[in-house]
Design a protein around this ligand. Sequence first.
Ligand code: UDX
Length: 447
Amino acid sequence: MNVAIIGGTGYVGLVTGVGLAAHNHQVICADINETKINGLNNGILPIYEEGLSDLLSEVKARKKIHFTSNISAAVEASDIIFVSVGTPEGKNGETDISQLVRALKSIANNMNTYKLIAIKSTVPVGTNEMARKFLQSNLKNHSCSFDVVSNPEFLRVGSAVQDFLSPERIIVGADSKKAADMMKKLYSSFDTPIIVTDTKSAEMIKYACNSYLATRISFINEIAEICEKVNADIHAVLDGMKLDKRIGGLYLSPGPGFGGPCLSKDIKSLINTGVKANANVNLLKSVMGRNDVQIMNIMHTVEHELAEMDAKKVSVLGLSFKAGTNDTRNSPAIRLIEKLIEKNYEIVVYDPVVKQLEDVLNPQVTFSKSADEAAKGSDCLIIMTEWDEFKKMDLKSVYYRMRTPVIIDTRNILSVEEAFKAGIRYSGIGTRKLQNKETMKVYRNIV
Ligand code: UDX
């Protein structure tokens, strides 16, 4: 089928375009960002995702995809038009759909025959209905008919290609059989269940999924805090929970709180939708509230561990919002660094792939070339993402490199026992504190 992707250079749009081309559809990725479009036409990817570069080369070789900033031509040449533009967080948690409206305007101006518009961007419940009315009232060529469907995506940063090519389900919100049948045909080569529902339910599925994932994360972070206070071990608690098939073990890893471009944005948007609809959304609000507590708790631990000393040098390992990506959008590590700056700590940072921060932060931190270098002379090492290289650190060597051997492991990736044996004063999230008189004193290796 002939497919256009408006917003075709972002995480969702580019991965969707390349993925559909790999399934032998003829794809035009259209975007107003000419720099990205030109880059893609020359094989330069605006994002890094495992497997994306090879797949793009393969579909370009088969001439199944091309990139253009000519939105009009893309609309005219296609049967199905995906809209995967950004829908960022607006004021007080509302979703900013201005980019969506601009895309709909382009479609309305250039529709030359029947078109199926598929909204893939994450949009508040009811947006699909708004889009249909907007198109109807802005249509230039009133002889054209069209349908609008909702087709939310569930890609994760760092595994977007895999998530697109092997989805656990495809959701289609459609108000006409013709539209639903076209989407089923589009995805007929995917070996996965296709759930067809009404548009509002399809829009809600996306928010419900992301809000549930965020809820699991905030839940286990709260359980971890209680474990610390009552001296229970979160590792044992998780072992005892995950074998229950109703619970499982995914999205139950305690940490510094959820970050990234989606979870917070989506749960805030759903709260906003609920408040406007006069629903009681206390649970969703508490999930966000719990998330904010995590960074505060980490700061309390830093200050508690370094209280009796004139310690000033703190090293942060991991800057992205999770391992496996260079994406720092809404990163807990960045939120922590901002708090450390407020408290006048000297801050050294290291990340395997993030080599600079936004301008305002760069001058206030020192970038190290490795975790070892970041540990040298440090009074407190804070692990913020779960990169394998952090898991493999030689703790005895870290002990001698640091000025004060204090590690705060917000991902629980190190062994409490190994850290204790290395003489390190270790704090995890919900883990036991193993201490003896040595680690209680926290020797200063004054170098
Ligand atoms: C998320 C959803 O998973 C995806 O389906 C949706 O399409 C977009 O939003 P993503 O933002 O890439 O994907 O991140 P995800 O892998 O879900 O992690 C989100 C945050 O939660 C990260 O900061 C991660 O470190 C954190 N997290 C995740 C935990 O703290 N504990 C966990 O057990 C899992």
